[in-house]
Write a protein that binds this ligand. Structure first.
Ligand code: SF4
Ligand code: SF4
Length: 228
C-alpha cells in the first residue's frame, strides 16, 4: 500500500496562511491504514489547526470530512457543491488523491497535508518499510520475491556488492542487505544456480525514467461514445 506521513504542523499552517475557511479532507484507504490521513488524523489535525488559530487570534474556520478514496472520481465528485463553501482544501490523501482533487476542482486550492513516501509494508506495529518502486517490469521471479530495486541501496541486479557486512547493508547496519536475503531465500528454494547467471542491465523504459506511465485495458474501457 501507499505509505505517507503527515507534514509538520508548522508547514501545514504556513500553507494555510490567509485561508479563512478550510476543509481538512481525509482518505479512507492506504493513508488510513498507515495512520497518516484517516478520519482520526483528520480530527486531530483539524483540532490542532483550530486551537492554533485561536491562540494566534485568527478568525479561521476548519471543518473536517473523510471520503473513502480521494483517487477515484466516484468518491470525490459528490464533493462538488460542498467545496464551494471553502477557500481551500487540505488533503490528507496521497499525492494521487491531491492531484485527483486538483484535476476535478480546478478553481479550488488543494494543498497536500501529507508527504507521500513509498509503497510499503507494515513490518511491525509502528514500522513501515519500502517494498516496491513500481519499476513496471517486475523481476521478483528472479530474486525469490525480494525486490533489489526497492531494497538494495544500489539497485543491483547482480549482488551483493562488496559492502555487505554480516547480512547488513553498508548504508546502515539497521538495514538488511537485500542481496543477502535474496541469496538465503534462493538457498531455501534450491535456486542458487539461477542467481549465478549474470543478469543483463534492466530496461528502465517501463519505470519513471520513461516519463508518466499509463495502462490502457481496451477490454475494460467504455465504448468511445460513453467516455468523458
Ligand atoms: S521489481 Fe519492480 S515491480 Fe517488482 S517489486 Fe521491485 S520495484 Fe516493484
Ligand atoms: S550491501 Fe547489499 S543492499 Fe546494500 S548496497 Fe550492497 S548489495 Fe545492496
Amino acid at each position: 500500500m501507499i505509505i505517507a506521513e503527515q507534514k509538520p504542523l508548522v508547514k501545514i499552517k504556513e500553507m494555510l496562511a490567509g485561508q479563512q475557511k478550510v476543509l481538512v479532507l481525509g482518505c479512507g484507504t492506504c493513508v488510513t491504514v498507515c495512520f497518516a490521513g484517516g478520519s482520526k488524523e483528520v480530527g486531530i489535525l483539524a483540532s490542532s489547526l483550530r486551537m492554533a488559530a485561536k491562540l494566534e487570534g485568527q478568525p479561521k474556520i476548519v471543518d473536517e470530512m473523510t471520503v473513502q478514496r480521494q483517487c477515484e472520481w466516484e468518491y470525490i465528485d459528490p464533493l462538488l457543491e460542498k467545496l464551494d463553501d471553502y477557500d481551500a482544501v487540505l488533503s490528507l490523501g496521497c499525492g494521487v488523491g491531491v492531484q485527483a482533487l486538483a484535476e476535478r476542482f480546478p478553481d479550488k486550492p488543494i494543498l497536500p497535508g501529507l508527504n507521500t513516501s513509498f509503497m510499503g509494508l507494515p513490518t511491525e506495529q509502528g514500522v513501515w518499510e519500502e517494498r516496491c518502486q513500481a519499476c513496471g517490469d517486475c523481476i521478483l521471479d528472479l530474486t525469490g520475491g525480494i525486490c533489489p530495486i526497492a531494497r538494495c541501496a544500489k539497485q543491483l541486479l547482480n549482488g551483493p556488492c562488496g559492502g555487505s557486512q554480516n547480512g547488513r547493508c553498508e548504508i546502515d547496519p539497521a538495514v538488511p542487505c537485500a542481496w543477502h536475503l535474496i541469496w538465503e531465500r534462493a538457498e531455501k528454494l534450491g535456486l542458487r544456480d539461477r542467481l549465478l547467471a549474470v543478469q543483463p542491465p534492466k530496461t528502465w523504459t517501463t519505470s519513471r525514467d520513461g516519463g508518466p506511465r499509463r495502462i490502457i485495458r481496451d477490454d475494460l474501457r467504455l465504448p468511445e461514445e460513453y467516455r468523458e
